[in-house]
Design a binder for this molecule. Sequence first.
Ligand code: NAD
Length: 343
Amino acid sequence: MEEIVINTGSQTSRILLGEKLQNLHQYLSQGKKVIIVTDTNVKKHYGQLLSRWPVITISTGEKNKTLQTIDRIIGGLVKQEADRSSYIVGVGGGIVCDITGFAASIFMRGIRFGFVSSTLLSQVDASVGGKNGVNYSGYKNLVGVFNQPDFVICDFEMLKTLPKKEFKIGMAEIIKHGAIKSLSYFEYTEKNMSEALNHNTDVIHRLVKESVLIKAKVVETDERETGERKKLNFGHTTAHAIEKIAPINHGDAVALGMIVAAGLSVKKGLLSPADAERLKNVIQLAGLPVKMNLPKTKLFAAMRKDKKRDNDSISFILLDKIGNAVIEKISIKELEEQLDDLC
Ligand code: NAD
């Protein structure tokens, strides 16, 4: 087991790499009422290990990441007679963690909480960094707060029950972290992709650790995303537009988004074509798409609605080499040409 501490100045968060769900009780104070929030899938696999605590179970899927679910959780907390000293633990993927952190942050003006992170995406990204919230009326994560969990258990054994397509979503974020922040991490990912896909625990430990270290550093310097943290959105501007118009999972959308951003980086004279090709290759190694049949007009329309748009240009995260991201303005025309190539 290895521990990384994130310190934002006002809060600290312990990320426990390779810790086990079975040891959760060791991180909870004696005498406090503990309530678990999980989803139906995770409960099916791990419910027995949670049986000593009351459990609030939510339905799976992005469509349930809503204020209605928060309402149900608050109702569950009231039923359990939770008070200001009670403690909530979210056991699940990014959706459970985002929802649990938000519910804990608003119940009785805020009670403390921790996570057991059970998907690769939540271990390398979602459960780390203190962004909690829910979607509203089709807008992703529109309502939420910044609040760090006390601890995040990253149990690599739990990833063995994770469906393959969910595992690949996490790989897309891992590739992103190397591409924007660390050439050596990118190289490690390239070399060890097949081991990672075969659930080699040592490789997964290293990948989660490197990603958490990158995210921790960014969050410590820019918790509220006023500058540096924006670079974590590499590939995500296009990904969010694709997700709005097509039934596609987040990992596939991020992969396509990174291809678009790399193409724009080359066109801007920032990135070498060889580096763009290298990024494309590692995306393919992970079994993620690099091209897709998408309805162009709808995609353009969705991109034009992006909240980072400013008249005829949009703020975009590009690469000037593998391992370094830059924020540049891209004209809508340049973007549409690039999307044309993708489709
Ligand atoms: P998810 O939480 O929906 O989990 C994916 C699926 O895997 C679900 O069906 C879940 O029930 C199942 N599952 C979870 N753990 C399992 C396990 N160990 N074995 C078997 N099945 C398991 O999805 P996700 O990809 O983990 O997270 C996506 C969410 O994370 C999105 O809502 C996104 O907005 C959010 N996110 C948040 C941040 C942040 O900084 N807060 C960052 C990135 C993503």
